[in-house]
Design a protein around this ligand. Structure first.
Ligand code: ADP
Ligand code: MG
Length: 456
């Protein structure tokens, strides 16, 4: 008899549990549940986006192998973050995915086709003194698009919730009126698409695509500074949408007036509607955000731990989230319960696991050591530049960070110019391969590894 999705997953999990430290199992896998099973794919829901990354990265291969052994056939495992509500028990029958999949694809999109992230909603956004006006304006725009505040211009530092809020507006409008044509575009992408369309001679298509939207979200508009052709194009898109009474939402790291690299006519248009700022969260808001995140991701964090993180991370919400992620990773890697002491150790460590004696080894030191051996700078390694002198040491640094610190691939990618996790895998393989074929190269890498293993 065929097993149901839940049955398959329960068996895979109990096999995995046997071979993992209990703390890791509980942190990462215990809260997951199977959603659907097809001939070649099992869809599993996990507590959070971060759980998904972590599980794919660390346990993906092992879990696939277990599933394959159990079923006697190849089975692709797909993971997605779950809903914020506590998971209901998994029905014994296969259920249809909650959002209709796009035609022909068995996997579920985590993003709407418009580029809107479904997880960035008003429900998940904590309102505090720092973002009250911005949040109220966003609610007003969601209720009555293109009526009160057009354009809506949100500005503030990195990691304060600008992108989240603009997506929340789109999600609220789409929930009411699913037929609304929405496009979310980071300014950088707008620029790249324009350049590509010029090269390909398809600028009219590019224009049409944006000008037919009912709601246009343009993120990080400060990126357009000094890019005259893109500004010109955006100016016309803006006018076309505005005249057609379509809502435009913009974000930036500064208010319009402080964007000297933007044309005056754009700046004045940005001020036609409402300009609202978001400030760093105060202590109470930080606590509220941490509580909400813990609840959403089904983590139990003691009030003292929350208080400690809220006092230690004061700059942005992204920093708060990063601290929680680091703490979870640390707890899992060292197999310890989450306590204030552990939070303290994990936040003070520079990213990696504890060394034997002395300063903990972190990715920075790996990077610096590799850079000095290859006579380049560690800034060069973490840049996006792809010159030959940087590529090899960058790959070696990625390889050693993975090997010595066991950081998730996505996190390693972020350290080196925001590369994605497949690039990191590729780099690590290249180093392994080269070490197999080139004894000199192998000796060089091994000697850096030895140097890093010594207490600092
Ligand atoms: P920005 O675009 O301003 O750089 P983001 O919108 O990307 O920042 O926010 C960074 C992270 O912090 C996201 O994961 C977002 O969900 C979260 N976040 C920011 N502000 C809040 C808030 N007030 N409540 C809950 N989560 C928040
Ligand atoms: Mg943003």
């Amino acid at each position: 008899m065929e097993l149901t999705a839940a049955e398959v997953w329960t068996r895979v999990l109990s096999a995995a549990r046997a071979s993992l430290p209990e703390q890791s199992y509980r942190t990462w896998l215990a809260g997951s549940s199977a959603i659907a099973l097809t001939d070649d794919e099992l869809l599993v829901e996990c507590a959070s986006e971060f759980h998904v990354e972590w599980i794919e990265d660390r346990y993906g291969a092992m879990l696939s192998e277990l599933a394959e052994r159990l079923l006697g056939r190849n089975l692709r495992l797909s993971f997605r973050p779950g809903d914020p509500e506590p998971a209901v028990s998994v029905p014994a029958v296969e259920v249809a995915p909650r959002t209709p999949p796009t035609k022909g694809s068995p996997s579920l999109p985590r993003e709407r086709p418009s580029g809107i992230n479904e997880r960035y909603t008003f429900e998940r956004f904590v309102v505090g003194n720092n973002n009250q006006l911005a949040s109220a304006a966003c609610h007003a725009v969601a209720r009555e698009p293109a009526r009160m505040y057009n354009p809506l211009f949100l500005y503030g530092g990195v990691g304060l919730g600008k992108t989240h809020l603009m997506h929340a507006i789109a999600n609220a409008i789409l929930a009411d009126r699913p037929e609304t044509r929405v496009s979310y575009v980071p300014s950088e992408r707008f620029t790249n698409e324009l350049v590509t369309s010029i090269q390909a001679g398809t600028t009219p298509d590019f224009r049409r695509r944006y000008r037919q939207m009912d709601l246009l979200l343009v993120d990080d508009i400060h990126f357009l500074e000094g890019k005259e052709r893109t500004q010109e194009e955006f100016f016309h898109t803006f006018n076309a949408l505005y005249d057609a009474r379509k809502q435009i939402i913009l974000t930036s790291d500064r208010p319009p007036k402080e964007l000297p690299g933007l044309e005056e006519r754009l700046i004045s248009r940005f001020e036609w509607g409402l300009v609202a700022d978001i400030k760093p969260p105060d202590y109470e808001t930080r606590v509220a955000i941490l509580r909400k995140k813990a609840e959403e991701d089904s983590l139990s964090l003691d009030p003292e731990v929350i208080d400690f993180i809220a006092r230690s991370c004061t700059n942005s919400v992204r920093e708060l989230e990063g601290a929680v992620i680091k703490l979870l990773a640390y707890s899992s890697l060292t197999n310890q319960e989450i306590t204030v002491d552990l939070a303290q150790t994990s936040l003070l460590s520079s990213g990696g696991v504890i060394g034997v004696v002395g300063e903990p080894l972190g990715p920075e030191r790996v990077s610096e050591t590799v850079a000095s051996r290859w006579k380049v700078t560690s800034d060069g390694l973490s840049s996006k530049r792809r010159t030959k002198d940087l590529t090899v040491p960058r790959q070696v640094a990625m390889y050693l960070i993975r090997d010595l610190l066991d950081l998730p691939l996505t996190q390693i990618g972020k350290l080196f110019g925001g590369r994605d996790h497949s690039t990191v895998i590729h780099s690590i393989r290249k180093v392994e391969h080269a070490m197999g074929g080139d004894p000199d190269f192998r000796r060089e890498v091994e000697s850096v590894r030895e140097e890093l293993r010594k207490p600092f």
